[in-house]
Design a protein around this ligand. Structure first.
Ligand SMILES: [Fe+2]
Ligand SMILES: [Fe+2]
Length: 359
């Protein structure tokens, strides 16, 4: 790693270091059965496909004031987002840059969560092949932290502290003593959401080549991580757990769905820009595009939960209340590791752009 630190990431009010008490049993596997071929194949893939932050072209100029946005950015937002006050070009650019820096900052913090969680999985998961795989994932997550941090501080110059809802979820995941809950929280929920968000990021920053390269590389790694979560948990949840244990997992899924859904509301952006939080918060909660955007972020989580057998009546009810059940028949991350830009959102964009702009 060779770059000069600049534009440091803001530190949360609770201070630069946060201690979370993780109580767990570390497990040794002395039999080394190494019999789960699917996990071993993922492990091999992880080693072969490893890349380095230095493979990226850091000399790429990033126009941090516009991030690839064109002259019509305000018209575009006015038409698609229908803001409380029509955006001028200046405000449109500001919104575009800050929303992306907010999203990228949460990716960075989520990656640190993944780094800590993957390290915990190495200790707590019983099987040797899963330990080997998770160790490889630790190295992936370290690289993800490295590149997002560098992009935000060196190229963008604007960043946000961890969103309280994301921080609360990471805390839950770290504290929990059950290895499968670490997997479930990190690989299925946080990384499942990240995968959909990366698809979106590629779409909205299509004119910025460095972030395109970063996102493609990270997406390939994350698809493997989520696939690992699905493969490892499927057997446990469909055949090995009592109904009481499953009910606790349902509870966890429902709570983390709400926390992740909350974390997508860009309230910190409105605060930073000095916009009225109540007015703009309501706007972000209710405009069709923002709602569709938040829903699309669950397009991988829902089918993955279904293949784990966790789309139970209680979870379905919670998902339905956020209108997320429509994704249940999408392909899961093992059937389809790649993530395309969310078709429904693209369609919504096209429809809104074709409609005459609201006056
Ligand atoms: Fe990652
Ligand atoms: Fe990951």
């Amino acid at each position: 790693m060779d770059y000069r630190q600049q534009n440091p990431v803001p530190v949360p009010a609770k201070g630069p270091f946060q201690r979370v008490r993780a109580t767990m049993d570390a497990v040794y596997d002395w039999q080394y059965a190494l019999e789960d071929q699917k996990l071993l194949t993922l492990y091999e893939k992880g080693k072969k496909l490893g890349w380095n932050a230095t493979d990226l072209d850091w000399s790429t100029h990033v126009d941090a004031d516009r991030l690839g946005a064109d002259e019509n950015i305000a018209d575009f937002f006015n038409s698609v987002l229908d803001p409380p006050r029509r955006f001028t070009k200046e405000v449109g650019l500001q919104y575009h840059v800050h929303m992306n820096s907010f999203m990228l900052s949460q990716f960075l913090h989520g990656e640190q969560g993944a780094l800590v969680a993957a390290a915990k999985v190495v200790e707590t998961v019983p099987w040797a092949e899963a330990k080997l795989y998770a160790a490889n994932q630790v190295a992936d997550e370290a690289r993800h932290v490295e590149v997002y941090h560098r992009y935000l501080t060196e190229k963008l110059g604007i960043s946000y502290e961890v969103h309280p809802s994301l921080s609360a979820l990471l805390e839950d995941i770290t504290e929990d003593s059950r290895w499968d809950v670490t997997y479930l929280g990190m690989q299925i929920m946080v990384e499942g959401l990240a995968l959909a968000a990366f698809g979106m990021m590629k779409l909205v920053m299509s004119e910025e080549p460095l972030i395109q390269d970063i996102t493609s590389r990270i997406m390939a790694d994350e698809a493997r991580h989520v696939g690992f979560g699905v493969l490892s948990l499927q057997k446990v949840y469909t055949s090995e757990m009592s109904s009481k244990e499953l009910a606790e997992r349902e509870e966890f899924v429902i709570e983390s769905t709400h926390l992740l859904h909350d974390r997508l509301l860009p309230i910190p952006v409105f605060e930073r820009l000095g916009w009225d939080v109540k007015t703009y918060g309501e706007w972000a909660r209710h405009t069709p595009f923002h709602k569709a955007f938040r829903q699309m972020m669950f397009s991988k989580i829902v089918p993955n939960l279904k293949s784990l057998g966790l789309l139970t009546p209680r979870v379905r009810e919670a998902m339905q209340s956020l209108d997320l059940l429509k994704f249940e028949n999408e392909k899961n991350s093992v059937e389809s590791p790649e993530v395309l830009p969310p078709a429904e959102l693209v369609q919504l964009l096209v429809t809104r752009l074709q409609a005459p702009a609201a006056e």
